[in-house]
Design a protein around this ligand. Structure first.
Ligand code: ADP
Ligand code: FDM
Ligand code: MG
Length: 237
């Protein structure tokens, strides 16, 4: 049996390609859980605001992607100003994204132990998928996963399954790095290589309410398993 005290909260993760509805559903899920009396908080990675690494990551992401082939377009801007995060190498930015999660990992476990369910918008699977999709020499999947091994693992990962045509129908891309169709398809393929036993497929092509209902069913199930004593596992160990 677990230690005396409140049962722990669940770590519920959303992963998916751009415009698959992660942020929409994560916000709705927190409200739905609270409405039924489950303490819940919305977290997101990268955490651009409350961390040492967040500002550099924000600068890197908001720098316009240099025009080139898909992988190269996502990589470091050759003409970025020296000292600017926009010009970080693929290796350096990858490690910053990972450090951004490690900065929050103790607080994350603490919240779970206090009984708070965390609804998290992206995590280490995004980290490994985006960097490995760049196809940078030396940065294969094993290299990409290594820095995140040992982080607290999600209790369930809701994969927001959405075909590329459906994602395209949700509007054009913004100005951030990575927001182009060719690179997004490489990311989609890379996500398939990082699936694990925590993953559940959600049909994200349905209407917002229908998706929310399916998401809530999976979330409630995870909250119950955690209440019943499912341990917090370590990722990729
Ligand atoms: P993500 O966080 O995965 O990039 P968002 O939640 O920001 O996705 O949603 C991307 C866009 O698609 C937004 O304009 C949002 O209003 C819209 N959207 C979200 N869910 C649905 C849905 N189920 N059906 C149609 N459009 C959706
Ligand atoms: N991203 C996100 C990464 O490249 N690595 C990571 O570890 C994480 C968590 O950052 F393009 C990318 C994915 C996406 C951007 O923006 C975050 P949104 O607002 O979550 O889509
Ligand atoms: Mg989002």
């Amino acid at each position: 049996p677990a230690m005396a005290g409140a049962p722990r909260g669940a770590f519920i993760l959303f992963e998916g390609v751009d415009r698959s509805g992660k942020s929409t559903q994560a916000a709705r899920l927190v409200e739905a859980l609270k409405a039924q009396g489950t303490p819940a908080e919305l977290w997101r990675f990268p955490d651009r605001k409350g961390t040492v690494t967040g500002k550099a990551i924000d600068d890197y992401l908001s720098a316009p992607a240099p025009a080139a082939a898909a992988g190269a377009a996502a990589s470091a801007g050759a003409n970025a100003a020296p000292g600017s995060a926009a010009g970080l190498s693929d290796q350096a930015i990858h490690l910053l994204f990972s450090a951004n999660r490690w900065e929050k990992s103790a607080a994350l476990v603490d919240a779970l132990r206090r009984g708070v369910t965390l609804v998290v918008d992206r995590y280490a699977y995004s980290g490994a998928a985006y960097t490995s999709a760049k196809r940078t020499p030396g940065c294969g999947l094993a290299w990409c996963k290594a820095p995140d091994a040992g982080l607290p693992a999600p209790d369930v990962t809701l994969w927001m399954a959405l075909p590329p045509e459906a994602a395209a129908a949700r509007g054009g891309f913004g100005q951030e790095r990575y927001e182009n169709a060719a690179f997004q398809e490489q990311v989609r393929a890379a996500f398939a290589s990082v699936r694990d036993a925590s993953w559940v497929d959600v049909d994200a092509s349905k209407g917002v309410d229908e998706v929310a209902a399916e998401v809530l069913r999976e979330a409630v199930d995870a909250v119950r398993r955690c209440r019943e004593g499912q341990p917090i596992l370590a990722l990729w160990d």
